[in-house]
Design a binder for this molecule. Sequence first.
Ligand code: DGJ
Length: 782
Amino acid sequence: MITAKESMFRLDTVNTTYLFRTTKFGHLEHIYYGTRLDVSEPADVLAQKRTIPIGSSVIYDESDQLYCLDNMYLEWSDNGRGDYRQSPTELKMPDGSFVSDFVYASHTIAEGCLPMSTLPSAYGGDQTLTVTLRDTSCSVTLDLYFTVFEKANIITRRVVLTNEDQNPLLIRRIMSMMTDMPDENFRMLTLDGGWIKEAHLHERLVEYGIAINSSNTGASSNRHNPGFILAESDATQDNGHVYGFNLVYSGNHFSSVEKSGRDILRVSIGINPHCFEWSLNQGDSFETPEAVMTFSEWGFNGMSHNMHSFVNEHIVRSNWKTREHPVLLNNWEAHFFDFNENKLLNLAKNAKKLGVELFVLDDGWFGKRNNDNSGLGDYSVNPKKLPCGIKAFADKINALGLDFGLWFEPEMVNTDSMLYRNHPEYAVKHPNKKPVLGRNQLVLDLCKSEVRDYIVKNVSLILDEANISYVKWDMNRHIAEGYSSSLQNQGEFYHRYILGLYNVLSRIFDPRPHILLESCSSGGNRFDLGMLCFSPQIWCSDNTDPVERLKIQTGLSYLYPLSTMGAHVSQAPHQQTLRKTPLATRFHVACFGCLGYELDLKYLSPEEKKDVADQIAFYKQYRQVFQYGTFSRMKASKANKIVWQAVSKDKNTAVTGFFQTLETAAESEDRLTVTGLNEGRYTIRTRPQRMYIERFGGLMKHILPVVLNPDGILLRVANRHYSLKDCVQEYKCSKEALRAGIALCNQFSGTGYNEKVRMHGDFGSDLYITEYINKEMLTDEE
Ligand code: DGJ
């Protein structure tokens, strides 16, 4: 709900209130963002008191010695008017100066969202406030948009700058939003990393000066995700003030948090000004990407729940919105480039037997793509690998009862390709410098319409030729030389590339909403809200080692829901870390997301095959909870434990993942807490898992009546065909007992084995399923 009364603007969501007003000089003064206020609350109580001049101030107007922009809480600020903090803009105005001063002109309140002309944005908002500001001396206007998503507790913001002056205006920097808030000893949390270590959570105290979170690789990047968090110093997962920010954008982003000498925090987020320059002639406008803000007084989980429901309800679209994603098998790690139709069909048959629903053919099916030196750009099927073509192959996969999905990397080209030989001018490169390569490839210049048309035409042809219900859209290098011969002003390159990408994606996928698009960029190099407007699922990382994925998926979970995270079970020892982890743990981590398998199933032992079949059946039973349940990071009282929980929408079912990283000798007791359930009584039980004999090594002699060589053929064969049962616990108790934390059976500690001992060791884990007990199901004693 948005109200505008006298000079005051009030934006309410279910649990938050945002307040600002126009000052007597027409600036927008920020007053409050936090827990929802009573409608009768007088804003003056919350507004900054300015009762004495502050030394060293530059006064905006001599009529008011207390009005110094530098010391005020603002919604927007300019350059050259006495505010020395980071300005959201750097504009060379039509008069040639860098001085701007935008003041209130008018406002409107409209129902719903107001569509954007060039960029993807959230949909299904409740109301939009547009405040129009006008520069005090040039004919330039700035529209500030605020859209309220009440149930999700989200406010989005963006601006449109329009030049009505006959002289051009040059934009060197323009943020999507800016706000000033009182410091609460904030910590700033960001998701940073690189290839195979994406989205690791880092936190720092917000100190005096400026903290920046940005990317300049041409993508939102695996280095620094665009989303970030500000949390009051003692906020926990479930308590305390936490603010979340994000950007609906996939290109170079920039956010800054500046703490001024007056302890005011200035937060802004938008396109990275690095190498950015945009010129507006008379009548031209520039619209920024949409920024997203949320607040929760219920800690990090409260903030995440807001962000999750916003993404599921207002970002993800197509037929896949809130629909369960299929269990897939991807052939990449099974084959890399070395496959033929037989190998693929054998893998698919095995996958089908185990319960997989979608078979994905990854890189290497087209052109001369037998390694990563050649072929990108030529999307005609390689007849040596698929002699009857893609349609015939897709039909064979469909005939096995599997859906078919296909990999593309449409934004790239190898110099060893037909496309590059015919059209070297399609690649991004500087006219007088030798191009720099990433994974042996160049980037196609999406600023050029002929390149966009080539991609749309060629990808569409294949999508229409065969029955393809899933596409993996990969992008495997950073952009280096931001240059396009189609542009007069190279400062436009990075933004125009992203506009080109969105253009291509909507032309291909808007007419084909049945296709589930999974975006990927060397793993999670483009995990952002812009891509999620097109692809409901994103490949989090090439790293599927579950211990590493605990970090990656935990990091992402702060800002993105589980329904968006592609997560696979792969082989152990793991390809990137050499870590050997139990199959159960690989599954327990991957099931908190969109489950897939990525390994050669023919190398699984008969016992492991049964295991995988059970995993998939279990996942299907609880898929709704895993993909669309309310996800929380639970308190773990020990440093070597990580606990995740997903609760069904009706709050009657919960699945808890209890993960142990490195075992410590003689582990003490563990307790398990389940929260967020309805009143009532519940059963809680362990998902039964197999305990492979090989995990015991030489200890087998304590269990078996005969002594066997732990590395001998007998035990190795036995390991393929038999396994022990790990400890299964089952209790009946109230919601209150679950909230308090129930005591779990002991862990193995070198003193013996029985069925009531949890055998975790390094990297062990359990899943616990909590389910509401119907009154009718209760026995007399209960
Ligand atoms: C990078 C992706 O992250 C992998 O999953 C795989 O698709 C390769 N590219 C293929 O080249």
